[in-house]
Design a protein around this ligand. Structure first.
Ligand SMILES: N[C@@H](CC=O)C(=O)O
Length: 307
């Protein structure tokens, strides 16, 4: 299945059983749900939304294999490559290719947050090792805050590593985001920008981003796809209307502490009748009843509850 770095690519959640094991039955039905949404062009697993940091290497391999079995005939599957070690990340890249992944999302190691701006060679080495270990299209993951890479580092990556085809941009800064679109997507070496700015998608898509790769897609992929379509058609009134609808669940998912963003989406899946439980692995903690009630109210207001 050929990966095209465009359109709406949800990052799947990873359901766990009550004893915190992978719940692969629910995962399979989650993947089928996502694949059935009109406008979805791929599915990403083993990203932050899948709680990749708390899954073992064997579990990550299993998650990718199950995703490929379940939806790999219909859509490209993008596997997140995450390790604190560039050497291990490169081993994963090789293994994920052998398992059949169609592209890789390079999840930034925590070390980037302690010096990627001052020592961009860390970033270059991490990506180069991954690129050398496989032949798959790579997606840069630009993260907000301390992990954020300088625009010069992004253009150096694009110029040095031909297999880089896209960037998932979650820089959180509209000025930096616009510059990323300008310098990567609208330059001679075209690297598509897939926005992850789920809470300001309309503004982001107005810059011309070629797609959306977002954890919120796990839960609001249909609305994201409608918004994407409206923006492609330059139908601003329609886009504004969809944006208003998206704003309600987005406000319930994206607020401090941001560590809980996907935790909240899991609770939403339970409230929508899709997941049996919203179990997260520590250090993430179960949300309070008051917060779950707030998510329920938001979903009801957005007409996302069937009951
Ligand atoms: N909020 C973004 C970035 C997360 O890591 C997303 O979920 O895609």
């Amino acid at each position: 299945m050929k990966f095209r770095a465009s359109g709406v690519i949800p990052a799947a959640l990873m359901p766990f059983t009550q004893d915190m094991e992978l719940d692969l039955t629910t995962f399979r039905s989650h993947l089928r749900d996502l694949a059935s949404v009109k406008g979805v062009t791929g599915i990403c697993v083993n990203g932050h939304a899948s709680e990749v940091m708390s899954c073992t290497e064997q579990e990550q391999a299993r998650i990718l294999t199950v995703a490929l079995e379940e939806v790999g005939n219909a859509l490209p599957v993008i596997g997140g490559v995450y390790s604190e070690s560039s050497i291990v990340a490169a081993q994963h890249a090789k293994q994920w290719q052998q398992l059949g992944a169609n592209a890789l999302l390079v999840v930034p190691p925590a070390a980037f947050g302690k010096g990627a701006q001052l020592r961009p060679e860390m970033v270059m080495e991490h990506y180069q090792r991954i690129a050398d270990a496989c032949d798959l299209p790579l997606i840069i993951f630009q993260y907000a805050g301390a992990q954020m890479m300088a625009i010069q580092t992004l253009t150096n990556l694009a110029d040095t590593i031909p297999s880089i085809k896209a960037i998932k941009d979650y820089c959180g800064d509209p000025v930096a985001h616009e510059e990323t679109v300008r310098q990567l997507q609208n330059s001679h070496r075209k690297v598509n920008v897939l926005t992850a700015h789920s809470s300001w998608l309309l503004q982001s898509l107005a810059l011309g981003c070629e797609g959306i790769l977002s954890g919120a897609g796990s839960t609001v992929a249909a609305l994201q796809a409608e918004l994407f379509e409206a923006m492609k058609d330059s139908d601003l009134p329609r886009a504004r209307e969809i944006n208003e609808r998206l704003d309600i669940p987005n406000k319930a998912f994206y607020h401090a502490p941001m560590a809980d963003q996907h935790n909240r989406m899991k609770e939403a899946q339970v409230l929508m009748g899709r997941f049996p439980h919203a179990v997260v692995r520590p250090p993430l903690m179960k949300l309070s009843t008051a917060e779950i009630d707030g998510i329920r109210a938001a979903l009801a207001k957005a007409v996302m509850l069937n009951h």
